[in-house]
Design a protein around this ligand. Sequence first.
Ligand code: ZN
Length: 311
Amino acid sequence: MLIFDGHCDSLSSPVSGECSLNVRDCRRQLDFAGALGQIAIQSMAVFVDKVRREEIVFGDFLSLRERLLQAVAGNDQVKLVTSAEDLRSQQEGSLGVLLTVEGAEVMEGDLANLERLYALGVRSLTLTWNNDNFLASGNESQNDHGLTVAGRKAVNMMERLKMAVDIAHLSSKSVHDVLKMVNNPVIDSHGCCRALCDHPRNLTDGQIKGLASTGGVLGIAYVAEFLHEPYQEATIDDVVCHIAHVADLVGVAHVGLGSDFDGVDYPLCGLEDVSKTTDLIDRLARKGFHQAEIAKIMGGNFWRVYQQILA
Ligand SMILES: [Zn+2]
């Protein structure tokens, strides 16, 4: 079964600054050694933590990309995925890495840098993190103005360039604005369902319907706070419940996995690291999903959407 994980922060983890992604390190939830044999396609985000940095520059993206390229060059079972053809030719037992950017701050307020990101292999952009930026309001915005003029231009450019527009972390007005203007499928690479857990990072049923109407996919995040109240009781079974909610609401074609490994404060009980990913297969079967449906959830849906966007 082809497994596609729509988001992790392992590339940007401080641990990865000290220790190559090729080395198994228990301080990290995901690395190449752990993902090989579990995951076929892994989206890996360039994320620069705004809380810890005064200024974020394009060079921050370049250095994290370099970190990834060096690790890929040192492992003949791992390659970068940048085209629909790369997705189609993905060999069993190997790992394809899709490079993404989480938060447009690395663009330094310049839309021309979107083309540079594309040229350097980026195939998806999460427009904001939790805060506002020059493209849009984030989910912790104090003054939700939705997409800016530059944000609308960026979404148009991304559709033209063949990049996935990722609405994770956006404010409700930003989500609304994106869904209203796009022609291609939109993704939410890592989030959960507001109907099951009232957290601002989760999508409402209305937003999930809007996302599905574009043909897109919501990657369910293994984030305790997004899954269950109180979060201390969240487990792998909550991930299955959120998957089932999306499937009941809009159909099984619009839900996938968005682990958020190495971007979470607490490992989730039952999905502590990438080695547990395939445990979801059995849990989904016990929930009543058929094999063909499970294959879509575990990776087929994200594969289809990226196939469509990159083609
Ligand atoms: Zn995130």
